[in-house]
Write a protein that binds this ligand. Structure first.
Ligand code: COA
Length: 368
């Protein structure tokens, strides 16, 4: 007699159930070889500290590293830049779609265009690269069409200089270099919410554009990529440190979040925030505005032991670099998409459907 037959599906599930903390806080759900935070709290891309990469390498070189696991040789890198440039142009039919919708929110427009993209290739990596390469134009056109500005095209080979041109309409190499640093910080962060959403989607075997759209939609939320837009709206209005601290004190007293603080992984220091803070000091010096941000950071640490995250200094930094606020989260996506591409491929290479269980707390035993 086969005893296994007597066990119900439900009993089999119950025997192997594991209850994990809400929000999956502290839970390792799978392996990755793309990025991690090491024991000293450094963000590491493919074994190298992200801040070291940002000091020595270009955005395109770091993107190559994230995608293929190694830093490129000169010739490989030149081929890669050419390829990304050749894929970067957004065809007219998509521009018309952006014009038709004229979305106020640039990220919503990016989501719509991404789902509309018709990609010919059957090769998944090729499809993913096509999407990533088009992101800067999609973001730029969406932003400019909503604001009734002329569209910009750029044939600049260097990826981050092209992003700078498309975002600002200017060709300032010094500012473009500053922008590049934060784009590298935004590029990858292991199983953050948007990447995890992409991996859930990829685990079902769905196509690259659909998985990238899951990530884009998740990035938009104010607890994730959407935080940086909200930060600037409060940060710029203070004339001195006291006003800044007063604002933060009020929010804390009213049990409201102070955007730009706290992180699921970084509980004492966000290395990306500290790096961008240093870059900000190089950019604007020890000015009053810098001191106000610094005072808020100190106050938040003293009151709540919450560190400033990348978005706190990032929002301020992007403003000083000359980026308009509606482009903040879209630029996060323009950089993070290279991480998403790598994660789609990694999930695909060793797939297991991601499908957890829930603990049911609803009604039971109701009769019709
Ligand atoms: N402002 C005020 N209080 C905050 C806070 C913030 N920005 N971030 C966390 N806290 C508080 C929580 O309310 C909680 O308080 P409690 O213990 O009294 O309930 C405590 O600090 C622990 O936070 P928790 O919610 O457990 O952290 P988390 O790991 O779940 O959340 C974030 C991480 C990022 C979602 C959260 O810190 C946050 O919402 N920050 C603001 C949004 C933001 O800047 N996002 C960008 C992230 S890079």
């Amino acid at each position: 007699m086969n005893t296994k037959r007597k066990i119900t599906n439900w009993q089999v599930m119950e025997m192997s159930e594991i209850e994990v903390p809400r929000g999956l806080a502290g839970v390792i759900v799978d392996t990755t070889a793309i990025a991690t935070t090491d024991q000293s709290g450094n963000l590491v891309y493919r074994g190298y500290r992200a801040v070291d990469l940002a000091r020595k390498y270009s955005f395109g070189e770091v993107a190559y590293l994230i995608l293929y696991g190694e830093l490129p040789s000169k010739s490989r890198y030149s081929e890669f830049e050419e390829k990304v440039l050749s894929l970067s142009h957004l065809e007219d039919k998509y521009v018309k779609l952006i014009q038709l919708l004229k979305e106020k929110n640039v990220l919503s427009s990016m989501r719509t265009v991404t789902s509309a993209l018709q990609i010919e290739s059957s090769d998944k990596m090729e499809q993913l690269l096509q999407i990533a390469a088009k992101f800067p134009e999609i973001a730029s056109h969406s932003y400019r069409i909503y604001r009734n500005l002329d569209l910009i095209h750029s044939s600049e080979k260097d990826i981050s200089r092209r992003i700078y041109q498309l975002s600002t309409g200017k060709g300032d190499p010094e500012r473009a270099k500053f922008l590049e640093k934060i784009l590298i910080m935004y590029m990858e962060h292991e199983f953050n919410a948007s990447t995890f959403a992409l991996r859930v989607a990829a685990s079902t075997g769905t196509d690259p554009a659909s998985a990238i759209n899951a990530a884009l939609s998740t990035l938009k939320g104010p607890l994730h990529g959407g935080a940086n837009s909200e930060i600037l709206s409060y940060l710029l209005k203070f004339k001195n440190e006291e006003e800044g601290i007063e604002f933060v004190r009020n929010r804390l007293e009213n049990k409201q979040l102070v955007m730009g603080f706290g992180h699921r992984v970084y509980k004492t220091k966000d290395p990306r925030a500290q790096f961008i803070k240093e870059e900000l000091r190089k950019l604007i010096g020890d000015t009053k505005r810098f001191q106000i941000a610094d005072a808020i950071e100190t106050y938040m640490w003293e009151q709540k032991t919450l560190p400033a995250n990348l978005d706190f200094y990032g929002a301020f930094y992007l403003n000083e670099v000359g980026i308009d606020e509606p482009l903040y989260t879209p630029l996060f996506a323009v950089a993070r998409v290279f991480g998403w591409v790598a994660h789609y491929m990694e999930q695909n290479a060793n797939n297991k459907l991601i499908r957890p269980l829930s603990r049911y707390i609803g009604n039971t035993g109701r009769e019709i």
